[in-house]
Every structure is written in structure tokens, then in C-alpha cells.
Write a protein that binds this ligand. Structure first.
Ligand code: VTB
Ligand code: MG
Ligand code: MG
Length: 323
């Protein structure tokens, strides 16, 4: 993959971010998601690659665009796998809450796990604890390892978890162990990546969330030198069959970072829609001036760029929502 691709991809997440941010707090999650998806799909046509969506908005018969198997990109350039979540946090935007992002991961063709839309257990840490944590270890042991490696007292260690009933027993154990717990409503891509960015103060991410989001996060953690382990959680026979179709003989096997993103040619880009752990949201500054914050990184060189952009929407009328 050419390194220029990283900078082209961020234009795609910026477009999705700007479009969906116009739905913030309106209680209309489908419209917010559609705006992000349409903007992302349109912008993709100008990106120099032969892309194939491997994680997208759904199967062909249920999603009009960015469906699994859809070919995107200009048709010139490297053959790549593309994983998108045009709006990671549709409910967030509808309810005007924190942590929504537009996200994309791009990797060499055939290197991203084609995770279907089901739940996945996940554990993520930053570079200092990489290689040392195990999904199956008791949480108390994991906390001790991460505290030691991150050079923090257990009582200063921060574990981030999605605020769900299914995690409450885990939360109680973490509290009993003495660590800090930060709960978030939605958006585990941002929460898991935060573990690998020291300025966030977040040390450990655990919990069950979406499998597509897991693979997208894995691309970012690879670029940041962090680590992640995961396991698919099929709830029905059909979901178990999907795992087998993907080549996972044992659907309950532990997936390492390399099982989710093979090799090191991966790019991750995200634009903040509403402010969260990683990024500020889209700001409408008056007139047509609109400011976005994005992060883009490449696993190959480990370069991480934060990009603040000023957009003049008079020149981007296709991103303006006025109905
Ligand atoms: C998870 C998480 C996502 O939705 O998929 C979650 O990975 C769904 O969890 O980041 P629930 O079924 O408990 O709502 C997100 O938070 C947003 O897409
Ligand atoms: Mg989404
Ligand atoms: Mg999502």
C-alpha cells in the first residue's frame, strides 16, 4: 500500500463525520447513519485503490451501500480489504452523547478477519503490556500485569468498560481489586484504542461488544503497538455456522491481533463526530466553516497523525444536510 493512501482515507472519515454530525441530538439514528454511509461511499470513489468491503454495513440484500463484498475505490492502486463503520455510535449521535466516530481500517487484500455481525469478547492494552495479557486470565491477574507494566498503582489504573448489564459482575470484580472503572455508553472502538494512547490515562479495555468493531480496533492497536485478544461469541447455530464459513474450525478459539489483522500493512483512520476519548467532535463554527479532528496511523511505520482540518462547506455542498 502506498503511504499516500493513509491521507486519502482520512478524507473519507472526515466526510462521514461532517455529514453525520449534522444529526447530533435529533433522536434520529437511522438518518445519522445514512448520512455517514452516503458521504463515505461517495468519497471512496476518489481514493486510489481497488478496495473490497469485508466488514461493512451488512449483507448485500440488507444494505444499499458499503455492503460486504462491494468494490470501492477508484479501481487504480493496491488491492485492499476495507472495514468500515461509517458511524460508530448511531445511538450516541441520536442522543447527542460523547464518543461517536467515523472509522475505517484498510489492509492488504486477504489480511482482515471477515468478522460477521455478532458479539465478541475483547481485551485491549497499550504497548507496555503488549504480549503479556490473556483473554482467559482472571481480570485480577490482568490488572496486576498491566499496573506493573504501566508503572501505576492498582488504585490509579483505569479500566474502561461498556456500561451494560452483561458487564456488571466484571465491574464488581475490578472494583474489589481496587482499580478505577470508567464506563462508556457506546463506541468500543474509541475505548479500546484509548488504552494505547498514554494521554488518555486509560490502561485496560475489557468487555463484550461488536465483532466488526473488534477487527477495526485491532488494526489501530497494531499501528499503535498495543495488543488485543478476542473471541467470537456466536449465540445461535447460524452464527456458529458463520464462524466456520470464515475458516474458524473452533469458533471459541482465542483470536490474537495477528488473527484479526495479518501482516503489518494496515491503515486506520477515524474522525470524531462527538467528542470522546480520542478525538474532539465536529465543530460548526459559523458561516460555512467546519472543523474536524481525525487520527490516522499506519501499522507499517507506526506513524500516528492527528489532523485538524478546516472545511468550507460552501465548497462541499454534497456534505450539507438541509432536509
Ligand atoms: C457494541 C460496541 C459498539 O454497540 O457493538 C455495541 O462494539 C452494541 O452493544 O461500539 P449492545 O448490543 O449492548 O448495545 C457499540 O457500542 C456501537 O456500535
Ligand atoms: Mg455503525
Ligand atoms: Mg458500530
Amino acid at each position: 500500500m502506498d503511504r499516500e493512501l493513509a491521507l486519502e482515507i482520512v478524507r473519507v472519515t472526515e466526510a462521514a463525520g461532517i455529514a453525520s454530525a449534522q444529526w447530533l441530538g435529533r433522536g434520529q439514528k437511522i438518518e445519522a447513519d445514512d448520512a455517514a454511509t452516503t458521504a463515505m461511499r461517495t468519497m471512496f470513489d476518489s481514493v486510489s485503490c481497488k478496495g473490497k468491503v469485508v466488514i461493512g454495513e451488512g449483507e448485500k440484500d440488507e444494505a444499499p451501500m458499503l455492503y460486504i463484498g462491494e468494490e470501492v475505490g477508484s479501481g487504480n492502486g493496491p488491492e485492499v480489504d476495507i472495514a468500515v463503520d461509517p458511524l460508530e455510535g448511531t445511538n450516541i449521535v441520536a442522543n447527542g452523547r460523547a464518543n461517536a466516530m467515523a472509522v475505517i481500517a484498510v489492509a492488504d487484500r486477504g489480511t482482515l478477519l471477515h468478522a460477521p455481525d455478532m458479539y465478541m469478547e475483547k481485551l485491549a492494552v497499550g504497548p507496555k503490556a503488549a504480549g503479556l495479557v490473556r483473554l482467559d486470565d482472571p481480570i485480577e491477574k490482568t490488572i496486576d500485569i498491566v499496573a506493573k507494566m504501566n508503572n501505576k498503582r492498582v488504585r490509579d489504573l483505569t479500566v474502561i468498560i461498556q456500561d451494560r448489564e452483561r458487564h456488571m459482575e466484571l465491574v464488581e470484580r475490578i472494583r474489589a481489586k481496587g482499580a478505577r472503572v470508567k464506563l462508556f455508553g457506546d463506541g468500543d472502538v474509541g475505548a479500546s484504542i484509548a488504552t494505547a494512547l498514554p494521554q488518555t490515562g486509560i490502561d485496560l479495555f475489557v468487555g463484550k461488544g461488536g465483532a466488526p468493531e473488534g477487527v477495526i480496533s485491532a488494526a489501530a492497536l497494531k499501528a499503535l503497538g498495543g495488543d488485543m485478544q478476542a473471541r467470537l461469541v456466536p449465540h445461535t447455530d447460524e452464527e456458529a455456522a458463520r464462524c466456520k464459513e470464515m475458516g474458524l474450525e473452533d469458533p471459541s478459539q482465542i483470536l490474537a491481533l495477528d488473527d484479526m489483522v495479518k501482516g503489518d500493512d494496515a491503515i486506520f483512520a477515524a474522525t470524531g463526530v462527538s467528542s470522546g476519548e480520542l478525538l474532539e467532535g465536529v465543530r460548526f463554527l459559523g458561516g460555512d466553516l467546519t472543523e474536524t479532528d481525525s487520527i490516522v496511523m499506519r501499522a507499517k511505520t507506526k506513524t500516528v497523525r492527528y489532523i485538524t482540518a478546516h472545511h468550507h462547506l460552501d465548497h462541499k455542498p454534497h456534505l450539507v444536510i438541509d432536509e
